[in-house]
Design a protein around this ligand. Structure first.
Ligand SMILES: C[S@@+](CC[C@H](N)C(=O)[O-])C[C@H]1O[C@@H](n2cnc3c(N)ncnc32)[C@H](O)[C@@H]1O
Length: 202
């Protein structure tokens, strides 16, 4: 198992990273243009109720709020949620992506960016996302693309989940999603850094 795909380690990692996440880290890996791409794939519209899984300090939630006022954020790390609370007046819940504390068919869309790579069982988390979606609801997940360079891939694969299109399709299929589509986005230094997958609950 990759080092950071462990819930305790991921929380410890983010307890420390939280202090510099917004100022030094986020823009390198998930900037406003990439967020806009993910939101476009999700096809949100005003009035939708949306859950942001692994919301961190709230960057994706802020983007969702530009489309619809009804957004919930969920994260496993208290320090990340504290920072999100300073910026956003939305319900922010501590919880685990693999066991969402919401009843079935609660949301119109469930989105997540930069969190799937830490989940020990991503298919279980995607099943949870599907469970809390209303029929016809959409899930959008952005995560890191598997690197092509062999050395970088070896390092990456020992750290957390990096995946390609075939794996993305397989995970969404196993979780029961239909009409699954994959796209890529990234910062200037690596235009395909992030793989964005969206699927629909039939
Ligand atoms: C890169 S940060 C979040 C990025 C954020 N979505 C954004 O748009 O800036 C990844 C987040 O995933 C959270 N996380 C990791 N494992 C999780 C899990 N099992 N359930 C919920 N959140 C988790 C971490 O605490 C961290 O805040």
């Amino acid at each position: 198992m990759e080092f950071l795909r462990d819930k305790r380690r991921a929380q410890r990692f983010y307890r420390h990273l939280s202090k510099i996440y917004d100022t030094w880290i986020r823009d390198l890996f998930w900037n406003e243009r990439m967020r806009a791409y993910g939101l476009e794939m999700a096809g949100l519209h005003a009035g939708m109720e949306v859950l942001d899984v692994g919301c961190g300090t709230g960057f994706l939630s802020e983007g969702i709020l530009e489309v619809t006022p009804s957004v919930w954020g969920l994260d496993i790390t208290p320090e990340q949620l504290q920072r999100a609370r300073r910026k956003l007046s939305i319900p922010l819940v501590r919880g685990d992506a693999e066991n969402l504390p919401f009843h079935a068919e609660r949301f119109d869309a469930v989105l997540s960016s930069g969190s799937i790579e830490y989940w020990p069982d991503p298919v279980q988390a995607l099943r949870e996302m599907r469970r809390v979606l209303r029929p016809g609801g959409v899930a959008m997940v952005g995560g890191p693309t598997r690197p092509r360079d062999r050395l970088y891939r070896l390092l990456a694969d020992n750290m957390m989940l990096f995946y390609d299109e075939a794996e993305a399709l397989e995970m969404f299929d196993q979780a029961g999603f239909r009409d699954v589509r994959v796209g890529y986005t990234g910062p200037a230094w690596k235009p395909d850094l992030a793989i964005v997958t969206r699927g629909v609950k039939a």
